[in-house]
Write a protein of this length. Structure first.
Length: 220
């Protein structure tokens, strides 16, 4: 990995906190399910939904590298990037690469569906959700089954994510982990630094996400 150029902040603190909170919460969700601590499982699910909703909002109003309009490339651009996946080359990518951007979108979509189906399943068990008694048994069973299927999809996506990090490190010599820890990356002088948003808007958006989560949880 080349360290030429100058250090540039490419990942803001909210994105980094979201990124590292995900595996922690997913581990908590798995363990609380295995140990049948469903109260804690529900709380962890609520926290995960709030984080996902925040990331969706931050993808619209946050830092330049966090925005969907910045990293959701055209499918042909993602395919072109994957065509050079095994070719060592300098790392000049400011944010997510074209293929990685779609991985982020897929992960967020699955996480959103997983948490929403989890809220319904939890309320169905507790008989607290206002929709519980109005949904046919077949649909309720389908939602429960979908919750389990989406968990397996999440595991596959997580495995692909880890595999991609290892592949980039060993073949392309790109360190994707360090920038997600420190926020900084070495970039050539000719590549401009991305715009980084303030923390106050992030705090306000997270408060909105938490409020939406509370409303959705009470409704489902």
């Amino acid at each position: 990995m080349s360290q030429s150029g100058r250090p540039v902040i490419v990942w803001d603190l909210p994105v980094r906190l979201f990124h590292w909170a995900l595996p922690v919460l997913l581990a908590v969700l798995y363990l609380t399910w295995r140990w049948n601590w469903m109260g804690w499982h529900a709380l962890a699910g609520d926290a995960l939904l709030a984080l996902v909703l925040f990331r969706l909002l931050w993808g619209c109003f946050g830092s330049e590298t966090a925005r969907f309009t910045r990293f959701l490339a055209r499918p042909k651009d993602a395919a072109a990037h994957l065509a050079h996946l095994l070719k060592p080359e300098p790392d000049t990518q400011v944010g997510h690469n074209p293929a990685g951007g779609w991985m982020v979108a897929a992960m967020l979509a699955v996480l959103l569906l997983q948490t929403l189906t989890g809220l319904y399943v939890q309320n169905d068990v507790a008989n607290e959700g206002p929709l519980t008694e109005h949904v046919p048994a077949a649909i309720a069973n389908a939602i429960t089954d979908l919750h389990g299927i989406l968990w397996n999809v999440l595991l596959v996506l997580a495995a692909l994510h880890v595999a991609a990090i290892l592949l980039y490190a060993t073949v392309k010599r790109h360190d994707l982990v360090r920038p997600m820890v420190t926020g900084r990356k070495h970039l050539p002088e000719g590549i401009p630094a991305p715009r980084i948003a303030k923390l106050m808007p992030a705090a306000l958006l997270f408060a909105c996400a938490a409020g939406i989560t509370a409303l959705v949880a009470s409704f489902l």
